[in-house]
Design a protein. Structure first.
Length: 359
């Protein structure tokens, strides 16, 4: 698992930046009196995209292993299994190093400013509780914990197609076992959201199994141009569709009263994001634009730190600022500054340490 490093798709950094900007924008708007219901549940639109990307990158190494890697990991080979267990342990330790230092710093600051008390902070640290926006962290860590189990299942499958079918079937099974309409809001239980994370693996299967040999340097030479235009159009239409789903927009355009109807629609929204990403991958114009962008990849780079700090900043400013425009602007600026500092002083050093330890 550790020997083969899959090629990173740069445009996905921009997509991650888009996701965190959706979350940040919605939470800032929700803090304005009278506008909460207008964007109710819309922050989840960005969260489901982040979950999808988490599943994509986490399962990617397992999806692209060749037949030789599969044979090496088979159970009958004791040495192969020992190596696999060590690789899996390294994988989980890298995830802990990636997540916990910045999370710990934010928890300490949260206690200091009174956002949570010490017992709550301890429960959040141990992932048995998810205060506010922290609910996503227990879900992700549980997914990382079971990823080696998924890899073990993949190790007996020689073909990528079989792995893709296994993921699709798993998505269907968990979708029925954890029916979305019964999902408690902001639940920290993995089962509800596992289909979304596994869809990331399915997406990875679709992208990684493209026939690269038929493409030129820009990936478009041998593809029908009309198809690439269609993919651009599809991606744009999906973004327009998301915009029309916003409760306030839906009320203004269609006269449908605002509600929290989006809060439990993670399966539908994730499927839409999945189609969006597939369309971007095959698009003629939108993908190059995302690859050339400087702003979105920047937000993608600081997305984890920004996710950790933004909601606390918004809530804390609301305690002593009444000017809504000023509060919104300050929430954005302070969140941005804190996330940059956190990324530079905590995330970046621990990532360098992780590479040294596990290289």
């Amino acid at each position: 698992m550790e020997n083969r490093k899959p090629k990173r798709r740069v445009w996905l950094d921009s997509v991650r930046g888009l996701a965190i900007l959706i979350v940040l924008t919605v939470h800032i708007i929700q803090a304005v009196p009278g506008y909460h219901d207008s964007v109710s549940g819309c922050g989840k639109i960005g969260v489901w995209l982040l979950f999808l990307l988490t599943g994509f990158f986490t399962l990617r190494p397992y999806m692209i292993k060749g037949e030789e890697d599969t044979k090496r990991l088979k159970a009958e080979s004791l040495a192969g299994m020992r190596q696999y267990v060590c690789s899996s342990l390294k994988f989980y330790l890298k995830r802990i190093i990636r997540i916990y230092p910045a999370f710990s710093v934010v928890l300490v600051l949260s206690v200091f400013i009174g956002y949570i008390d010490v017992p709550e902070a301890l429960k959040n640290f141990l992932l048995v509780e998810g205060k506010g926006h922290f609910w996503t962290l227990p879900v992700e860590m549980k997914f990382y914990l079971m990823t080696p189990v998924i890899g073990t299942a993949f190790s007996v499958l020689k073909k990528k197609k079989q792995r893709g079918i296994l993921l699709v079937l798993s998505c269907l099974v968990f979708s029925f076992l954890f029916f979305y309409k019964n999902c408690p809001e902001n639940s920290i239980q993995l089962g509800w959201y596992l289909p979304v994370l596994l869809l990331g693996g399915v997406l990875n299967y679709l992208i990684c199994n493209e026939d690269e040999s038929i493409k030129g340097d820009n990936g478009l030479d041998r593809i029908d141009v009309k198809k690439t235009y269609v993919y651009d159009a599809a991606a744009i239409l999906i973004l327009i569709g998301f915009f029309l789903m916003v409760p306030g927009v839906r009320y203004a355009v269609f006269g449908i009263p605002a509600s929290r109807y989006l809060s439990d629609k993670y399966l539908y929204l994730s499927l839409l994001w999945m189609i969006f990403l597939i369309s971007l991958d095959r698009s003629r114009y939108m993908r190059p634009l995302l690859e050339k962008s400087r702003i979105l990849p920047f937000f993608g780079k600081i997305s984890y730190s920004l996710y950790l700090v933004h909601y606390i900043v918004i809530q804390h400013l609301g305690l002593f600022m009444e000017n809504q425009k000023l509060k919104s602007a300050m929430a954005f600026i302070i969140s941005l500054i804190l996330s940059i500092v956190l990324e530079m002083t905590v995330e970046r050093p621990v990532m360098r340490l992780s590479k040294k330890l596990f290289s």
